[in-house]
Ligand binder design. Structure first.
Ligand code: ADP
Ligand code: MG
Length: 265
């Protein structure tokens, strides 16, 4: 069963989509079948791997709202071992439509259950809110990965996010883990960024990935070319950093959910 990881932070512009795309690509390129689930109406994860929902049959909205089979809406990308479940603007409405649907928090979980065997990792790029789409992602996830921009307000809002994770764990998904926090857009020459890193590591200790994602222009250029940075500029600092993050993710030990056996490695 593939591990489902929600890349979440209700703040916009902190590096969720960049992390989802490039971590997914790094996992895929190291030989692990990976699905990138685009749960943001912006659809940036979809276009970032070179696909356009208008050319594709099926999207995540139909899966979550209409109950369409997830297997019908996974599409290959230009990256070997990487598939994408695209998002469309329709997802804007999903937030409201979900309210009146049965099992409104469980719909993504139920939908992807039949395809989890086909992948080793399923990464969900969450929208910048703590609404029902993000709750669906947290319900469906085994772990949450939180990108934090290394800037003054990095920790603002983190309490609300961690509260939401706690509530989802209590009410919907008892085995949900905090896989880790990752500092993004880090500029080591900036003393404030270094200070933020110290503060985050002091506060969260081993829950912070050792890998820090540097501010790197290649990471912001690659989406307009429709490829992850690992393809656009494999030796760039951004590419190297996401490969290092993938190694950390691959070697991370996870507590076994009750009633199951720990996966080797
Ligand atoms: P979110 O999904 O949280 O809104 P994005 O991943 O879309 O955030 O990032 C916001 C903007 O910052 C995008 O334009 C992206 O290209 C850019 N960006 C993200 N990470 C980096 C980085 N490490 N270095 C440079 N630019 C980055
Ligand atoms: Mg995004």
């Amino acid at each position: 069963m593939g591990r489902v990881v929600a890349v979440a932070n209700q703040k916009g512009g902190v590096g969720k989509t960049t992390t989802a795309i490039n971590l997914a690509a790094a996992l895929a390129l190291s030989g692990h079948r990976t699905l990138l689930i685009d749960l943001d109406p912006q659809g940036s994860a979809t276009t970032g791997v070179g696909r356009h929902s208008s050319d594709l049959h099926g999207n995540v909205y139909e899966v979550v709202i209409d109950g369409r089979a997830a297997a019908e809406v996974t599409h290959p990308t230009s990256v070997e071992n990487l598939d994408v479940m695209p998002a469309t603007r329709d997802l804007v409405g999903a937030e409201v439509e979900l309210v009146n649907l049965p099992d409104r928090e469980h719909r993504l979980f139920t939908a992807i259950a039949p395809i989890r065997e086909a992948y080793e990792y399923l990464l969900i790029d969450c929208p910048p809110s703590l609404g029902l789409l993000t709750v669906n992602a947290l319900r469906a996830a085994d772990g949450v990965l939180v990108p934090l921009q290394a800037e003054y307000y990095a920790l603002e809002g983190l309490t609300a996010l961690l509260d939401t994770v706690g509530r989802v764990r209590d009410a919907l998904n008892p085995t949900l883990a905090l896989d880790g926090l990752v500092l993004t857009m880090f500029d080591g020459r900036n003393s404030l960024a270094r200070q933020v890193q110290t503060e985050v590591r002091t506060h969260f200790g081993s829950q912070v990935y050792s890998t820090v994602i540097p501010r790197n222009v290649r990471l912001s250029e690659s989406p307009s070319h429709g490829v992850p940075v690992l393809i656009y500029d494999p030796s760039s600092r951004g590419s190297v950093a996401y490969q290092a993050l993938a190694v950390e993710v691959l070697t991370q030990q996870h507590a076994a959910p009750s009633g199951t056996v720990a996966r080797p490695g």
